[in-house]
Design a protein around this ligand. Structure first.
Ligand SMILES: Cc1cc2nc3c(=O)[nH]c(=O)nc-3n(C[C@H](O)[C@H](O)[C@H](O)COP(=O)(O)OP(=O)(O)OC[C@H]3O[C@@H](n4cnc5c(N)ncnc54)[C@H](O)[C@@H]3O)c2cc1C
Length: 312
């Protein structure tokens, strides 16, 4: 094939195809985005060591807060408390404790919250919670029924900062997208000051959700939840359960990397970096990372966003 024959199709495409401008470069010297990191409480000593390696690696990035989840059905109560207490005692980080309505009376949930306050914890992520896998949600007869009720209850316990969950693709059990948005507004009106979203992969999904929030009169920060995916097959299974759609292009990016963890991790950084850069270019300046207790992907993506370690 001649040089000419090779060049012509490319030139033809350039003449007729779409012209796509690159993402704007982040402002040099501009403010770095605010970050928060989510961890889960470890079940074994090995997982405990992994969590603490993760915490120590991410600590110099000075997140605004780090949050610790509460297991399905409230099953990790003691471990969540122990992890939050250790973060408070041994690090410079500000912990937020997740707390759910599930399987406990109001008095019991209030007592857990009061213990957090006494221990010095000032931030709660208030959730309804999920029942153990395969079981339907049945509110405790004396319990908080929904997260909005829990937020109102927490306000009476102490002056906590309260974050709640939001669902750009609608919570799977919601009566309708409008009802779910009304519910988010109720949670904020009850006293929450921030929503953190369920993770999503398509930046457009989140940006359209922001438009809907604004139209509904919501003005509190809606912080995007970012899940850096390295095990695509596992993430796709989990996403089906929690109502997060997996775009075909993401599946295509990971296709063929099943047996190649190194390449998979590189693909993972590129996929998540594209997502957060697109959000950043659209003015998003706060991000919440689902770290899965592994620091590398989160650290790399935070670095790309312009976040650098600070001493002390
Ligand atoms: C950032 C984040 C962190 C999370 N952390 C945890 C965790 O640590 N532990 C855990 O177990 N789970 C956690 N989850 C999962 C969460 O508990 C589940 O998604 C749960 O199913 C819903 O919790 P919620 O707080 O959003 O519930 P709610 O806001 O109470 O909403 C639950 C459902 O009920 C509907 N609803 C609300 N009020 C009413 C009403 N009055 N009448 C009819 N329907 C109503 C809503 O539309 C929604 O479909 C987290 C989720 C997110 C996004």
């Amino acid at each position: 094939m001649t040089h000419d024959a090779l060049a012509r199709p490319t030139l033809a495409r350039w003449l007729t195809g779409p012209r796509v401008a690159g993402l704007p470069a982040p402002l040099i010297g501009g403010p770095a985005p605010l970050l928060s990191f989510e961890f889960f409480p470890p079940r074994t000593e090995a997982l405990e060591a992994q969590l603490w390696t993760c915490i120590r690696r991410l600590e110099p990035l000075h997140p605004r807060f780090v949050s610790v989840t509460y297991g399905a059905g409230g099953s990790t109560h003691a471990r969540t408390h122990a992890t939050v207490a250790r973060i408070l005692a041994e690090t410079t980080l500000t912990p937020a404790a997740h707390l759910t309505c599930i399987g406990a009376s109001r008095a019991e949930v209030d007592a857990v919250a009061a213990r957090y306050w006494e221990a010095g914890v000032r931030h709660i992520v208030a959730l309804r919670g999920d029942p153990p896998p395969g079981e339907a949600y049945i509110p405790h007869p004396d319990g908080y029924r929904y997260a909005a009720d829990l937020v109102a209850g927490l306000r009476k316990v102490a002056a906590f900062e309260i974050s709640v969950a939001a669902y750009p693709e609608t919570h799977p059990q919601a009566l309708s997208p409008e009802a779910d948005l009304d519910n988010l507004k109720r949670k904020l009106d009850a006293g929450a000051t921030r929503a953190i979203t369920q993770y999503f992969f398509d930046a457009g999904v989140y940006l359209r959700f922001l438009d809907r929030c604004l139209a509904a009169g919501i003005t509190a920060p809606i912080v995007p939840g970012i899940m850096p995916v390295s095990n695509f097959a596992q993430a796709a299974r989990f996403s089906a359960q929690c109502g997060a759609s997996v775009p075909d292009w993401l599946a295509r990016m990971f296709e063929g990397t099943e047996d190649d963890p190194d390449i998979r991790r590189m693909v993972a950084v590129v996929a998540a970096a594209e997502q957060v850069r697109l959000l950043q270019a659209n003015g998003v300046d706060e991000f919440h990372f689902y770290t899965l207790n592994r620091p590398e992907l989160t650290y790399a993506i935070a670095h790309i966003l312009g976040v650098r370690p600070k001493a002390g």
